[in-house]
Structures are given as structure tokens and as C-alpha cells.
Ligand binder design. Sequence first.
Ligand SMILES: Cc1cc2nc3c(=O)[nH]c(=O)nc-3n(C[C@H](O)[C@H](O)[C@H](O)COP(=O)(O)OP(=O)(O)OC[C@H]3O[C@@H](n4cnc5c(N)ncnc54)[C@H](O)[C@@H]3O)c2cc1C
Length: 547
Amino acid sequence: MPATHEVFNQVQPLTGVNLFEGNRALQDALKFNAPGLDAAPLAELGRLACSAEMQQHARLANAHTPELHTHDRFGHRIDEVEFHPSYHALMGAATQAGLHGTPYAAAEQASGHAHVKRGAAFMLFTELEPAILCPISMTYAVTPALRDNPAIHRDWAPKLTSRAYAPGVQSWRDKPGVTMGMGMTEKQGGSDVRANTTQAVLDGEDGWGRRYRLTGHKWFFSAPMCDAFLVLAQSAGGLSCFFLPRVLPDGTRNVLRIQRLKDKLGNKANASAEVEFDGTTAWLVGEEGRGVPQILAMGTMTRLDCALGTSGLMRQAVSQALHHTAQRSAFGKLLIEQPLMKNVLADLALESEAATALALRLARAFDRAADEHERLLARVLTPIAKFWICKRGAALAQEAMECLGGNGYVEEGGEGVLARIYREMPVNSIWEGAGNIMALDLLRALRKGDVAAALARELAPARGQHAALDRLVDTLPTRVDGGTGEAGARTLARDVALAVQAALLAQTAPAAVVGAFCESRLRQPHDVFGTLPSTTDFDTIIRRAMP
Ligand SMILES: Cc1cc2nc3c(=O)[nH]c(=O)nc-3n(C[C@H](O)[C@H](O)[C@H](O)COP(=O)(O)OP(=O)(O)OC[C@H]3O[C@@H](n4cnc5c(N)ncnc54)[C@H](O)[C@@H]3O)c2cc1C
């Protein structure tokens, strides 16, 4: 066939760069939050996560979505989900990188930076594939809650922290590593879990404590091939938290009926199920009637991961936009040289760097939980970071996609990376407590200590750096000390997030970044990307953000 035209001015895929070594914002945030940290494993993960081989796994795991098999061919219920081999390759790589329960291993704890280090690695892996990180994140998150059943924790902790990935429905005893999920949401209510109707009836007591039979359902139940789950159900003493393994200690399968898999907007590689319990065996974790605070010990850590994961996705979107515009020309110039595109790209880069700074700062608070100030900050900044970073993520993805023009909107069998990012972004804002729930949780957190004093201490190093930041910080004490009602909760969450982000950037980023961030976000609400003042040092900001 004769060629009808020459293909030119198209862009090479972003492959084979080191995601860690090219991410100066992440490196500077790490120096600030975990000085002295050995970054070699992160550089290795940064290389792996952008390799052509792993990118191919990410594409395939999203193109060939999980399949539910409720029965075997002889009619027995099996309730298993089959994944493409690339899903398992990604899970194996994430587990090997220690993104699941590894930070709770004694050797990691001894470093003093276990959560920051793992948080940085989680961000990097998100740039490869975010959906498989759902079970990885839940396995990371479960330990603080599971500790309240010491017998189960003693048996399961070595497998939750091991770097071995072992798929399949099998007894935990025979597996070198395990994964865990969580089940709270029912049809009639997800935010208000007090409406849960699943019933738990006491069935006896054994080496794992009080054993119950559960009957009911969960409307959202992600990663149902996990080895065990923490679930909520109503017992005689009220809503309680239970440990529900897929395989019982005697080696038989527990009853977990997977009814359907959700047909989702994004998050394609991950299976999210609807399930039913019918006399399902589970053990009490914590006290009867204390189910919500119990499972929120897990939810707090998954909320941290929503902030970390969204920051990783933002970074990926910005890298894609920069990479594309540095190769594509229009109207006689590379797009990245067009003044208005510079404004858009620099603005996206600011948002991404601010998200990275806030998410890693929050991770540091979990590393220093013995310190009262850090404990209070973790409590306050978790809903703030989850709310604000996830909200900004969806807007950023749309703008980054637009930088690629029509190609950004095209899926092309999973090769359309920005289309995938765009579809993934909103889920971090919805699950683990949607935006309003996070803002309302902030109001609860304000009652947990002297938050005004904690914020003043946190923001003090940035005092005097920018007039708009000083003005915003001055408004905070009265607003956190009882001056904010429910209707104003989002505004407060946004403003505290912006103040903390600006203060962090003031301590870690070049003056061009700090000045542009404060000018564009603290003087008035930031609406559309690409509206930085024309005096902004666009080139310095863009150069810093280049992947
Ligand atoms: C892909 C995916 C996977 C999921 N996986 C899991 C899982 O593994 N386990 C699990 O337990 N759940 C899971 N979920 C469920 C998720 O956590 C819930 O959807 C979420 O918590 C919201 O609950 P809901 O859907 O019942 O919405 P609702 O509770 O009905 O909330 C709807 C809206 O109302 C707002 N709202 C609620 N109360 C108030 C109030 N008092 N004031 C103002 N606004 C309010 C919320 O912010 C939200 O925007 C998953 C969800 C998705 C999309």
C-alpha cells in the first residue's frame, strides 16, 4: 500500500526514565521528612516502575479485567475471581517493594522512617498502576486495628509483613504472605455505617477469642480474593468489628458469596465485589459496640494512602503533560515554549508538588506517633489531606489530559495513560470517606486537643515568608476553636490544607515555587489552571518538574 501521508509531530511514550531520580519535589520532601533515609531502594523502584515491561503489565491488567467465577463446572460454589497474569506480576512487585504490611516489621520500625519511606514508594508505584494498590493499601492499613485481637495478630503479623505474594484461596498457614481487605459499606448506607444491618451472633470462643456467625451483605467489598477482611456487623453489644478469613483454621472454606463484580468507571484492574454472608464465621476484634472506632484505626491509614496515591497520580499526570508538550509543536513552536502553555504546566506542577509535600508530611506524623504534637497532627491532617488532595486530583487530571489534546482522551487498549489516570482519580475522593465526610471529620478532630496551638507550631517556620500566607494563618485560631459549623467545614479544610502546603513548600521548594503557590492560591480561591500571574518564573518551575 502506498503511504498516504507521513506520521510526524507525534510523541514517544514516557518509558525508561527513573521516576524517583526525576522527581525533585519528592526528593526534597523526603530530605525534609526523613533526613538520612537511604534512598537507594526508592531509586530502584523508580527505575522498575517506568520500565517497558512493568508498563506492559499495567496495560494488560487494565485491559483484561478480573472475572468472577461463582461456581465450578460441577456446580459447587467457589466464589473466586480470576485475574490476568499481569495483575499478579504487579501485586508481586508491590509486595516485594514492601508497600503492604512491611512498615510494621520490626526492622523497618527501627529506621524511624518506615511510613515515610513506604509512602514515597507507594507514590512511585501509583505512577505505574494504582488499582492493584487497593488490596496492598488495605493490607498496610490493617495492623493498627488488628492488634486489638492479639491472638490473631500474633498469628497473622509475620505473613502481613513478609515480602512474599501468594495468590489463591488457601489456608494462611500454608502461605508465605497474605493480604487483607475491609467491608463496611452496605446498600442502605456507606458513610453512615451505623445503619449496617448485617447480624453477628455469638457462636463460642476459641484461641482467637469470641467467635460469631455473620448473616447479611456488603455492597462494596473490594479485592475479595484477600485472605481475610475486617468487617462491621451488629452484635448484641452494638456495631462491632470482626476478623473474617476466607479459609477457616480447620482448612475448610468460610462462606463468602461473591454475588457480582462492580462495573466501575476506572480502577479496572482491581475487583470490587458485592458479597453476602450466610452463617459466615468471624472473630471479634476489640470490644463489642466499638466497631466504628475499631475499623477506623484501619480507615485512617487507607485515608493516608488516598492522599499519597492521589499525589502519585498527580505527579504521573504532570510528567505526561510535560513530556508530551516538550515534543509536540503547534503554531511553529514546541507547546512547552508557548507562553500560555507554560502557565498551565507550571500551575499543574505547583499543585503536584504541594500534594506531595502534604502527603509525605502526614506520613511522617505516623512515624512519630509517640510524640503528642505529631499524634494530634496525624488526627487533624488526615481528613484535611484526604479531602483536599483528592479534590484537586480530579481537576488536575482533566487539565493534564487537555495538554495532550485529543490523544489524551483516547484509551487505545489501555495505552492511553492519561485517560486511565482521569478515570482513576475520583475514586480516592469517594472511598474511605467522601469529601463531606472528611470535612465533617475535621470538625471532630478539632475537639481532640489544642489544634490552634499545634497548627501555630507547624506553621511557625513559614511566618514572614509571604504576606498572603501570614494573613491566612492569622484567621485560623478562631476558626478552629469552635468558629466553624458544618456548612463551613469544606472551606476550613481547604484553608488549613493550603496553609500547611504553603508552609511546607516554604521549607523545601525554591522561591519561584513558593511565591507562585502563595500568589495563586492564598490571595483568592484558585479556579482554573493556567491563571498564574504573568510575572511568575514559569521556566524555573517547569524545569524543576521535568520528569
Ligand atoms: C470502587 C469502589 C470500591 C469500594 N470498596 C469498598 C470496600 O472494599 N469496602 C467498603 O466498605 N466500602 C467500599 N467502597 C464504598 C465506599 O467507601 C462508599 O461508597 C463511600 O464511603 C460512600 O458511601 P455511600 O456510597 O453509601 O454514599 P452515601 O453515604 O450515601 O454518601 C453520598 C454522599 O453524601 C455525602 N454525605 C453523607 N453524609 C453526609 C452528611 N452528614 N453531610 C453532608 N454530606 C453527607 C457523602 O460525602 C457523599 O458525597 C467502595 C467504593 C467504590 C466506589
